[in-house]
Design a protein around this ligand. Structure first.
Ligand code: TRP
Length: 307
């Protein structure tokens, strides 16, 4: 049995069953997620893009010339492209991702769109320290870029550790540029994860189809339904799959009992207050220097420097 299979089974044996969100992203899952970012209800992507576009000149001035842009994630988004177009004399672009395949294909695309730019992808798990590559042009400073409010998908403890790692990677004189989704009317947040076209439901359910095909589980996918609710006390979306009936899932010669109405947690998406995020950034050694938001204050982009 593969290490991954063992890890998935361990998650399913917890009192609160859970499956890591990394299993969302098989080929179909990646397509569905891309469709989510275009949904009218899913405000984060478009809002973050708008904030970026409106403030890019101010941002480029804060970053200054000849920086190294280190992106957490493979960097295929429109947000990345705005940065690459506007930052002054960028020394190097370093996308960091655990998926080599994603990295290679997006780095290839970026190289052909920005022929003068050195692109040095790093295959790594960015929640741990990783070595930075050595670019031809020596960078004057590092800008660690973490878009998409992906920080929200980590629990507060892990998010804090991640900010500590980002502080290290930023180095002396470095900065962090991060997209953070904000707390707001829960109805607006819940709608973003319960779209009327059902794309999010399909995305969530696809995880089980993926596990059945790739790892040999036999979840009765049709018995499952999508659930996404905002937990006000914790300030986070709780995204789950709920089985309508009892089922026994088998994998190799092991079995997992699932009760009627029982949930499997597939993802959290934490929403922050500006004060709450600033406190965590400070704890890691950053000072929040500039916060840009949209007019409705749905989303924020935060520029933080090392204290
Ligand atoms: N990181 C995204 C978010 O938290 C991922 C996401 C969007 C997602 N919609 C989803 C994850 C639905 C699971 C289910 O906003």
């Amino acid at each position: 049995m593969s290490e991954e299979t063992t890890e998935i089974i361990a998650g399913l044996r917890q009192p609160q069953k859970m499956i890591s969100p990394k299993y969302f992203y098989d080929e179909r899952g990646s397509q569905l997620f891309d469709a989510i970012t275009h949904l009218p209800e899913y405000y984060p992507t478009e809002t973050e893009f708008g904030i970026m576009r409106h403030n890019i000149d101010a941002l480029a001035d804060l970053v200054g010339r000849q920086a190294s842009l280190i992106e957490y994630g493979s960097g295929s988004s429109r947000k990345t492209r705005i940065l690459l177009e506007h930052l002054h004399e960028l020394a190097v672009y370093v996308p960091v991702d655990i998926s080599e395949e994603h990295l290679i294909s997006s780095a290839t695309a970026i190289r052909s769109e920005f022929p003068g730019l050195e692109v040095l992808p790093v295959v790594a798990d960015f929640t741990k320290r990783f070595a930075l590559p050595d670019p031809a042009v020596p960078p004057l400073r590092n800008i660690v870029y973490f878009p998409g409010s992906t920080i929200g998908n980590f629990t507060h403890d892990v998010a804090q550790e991640l900010l500590d790692v980002m502080y290290q990677e930023a180095g002396e004189n470095g900065a962090m540029l991060i997209g953070v989704d904000l707390q707001k009317d829960p109805a607006i947040i819940e709608r973003a994860y319960n779209d009327s076209a059902g794309v999010t439901a399909e995305f969530n359910l696809n995880m089980l189809t993926h596990l059945n095909r790739e790892f040999g589980f036999d979840f009765d996918v049709d018995a499952y339904s999508h659930s996404a609710r905002y937990d006000r006390d914790e300030g986070r979306m709780v995204i789950e799959l709920i089985s309508a009936r009892d089922q026994v899932v088998t994998i190799g010669d092991e079995t997992i009992d699932v009760g009627a109405g029982e949930a499997v947690l597939t993802e959290y998406s934490h929403k922050y207050t500006l004060e709450g995020f600033a406190a965590m950034a400070e704890q890691a050694g950053f000072e929040v220097r500039q916060v840009w938001t949209d007019a409705e204050r749905y989303f924020s982009i935060q520029y933080c420097t090392r204290l």
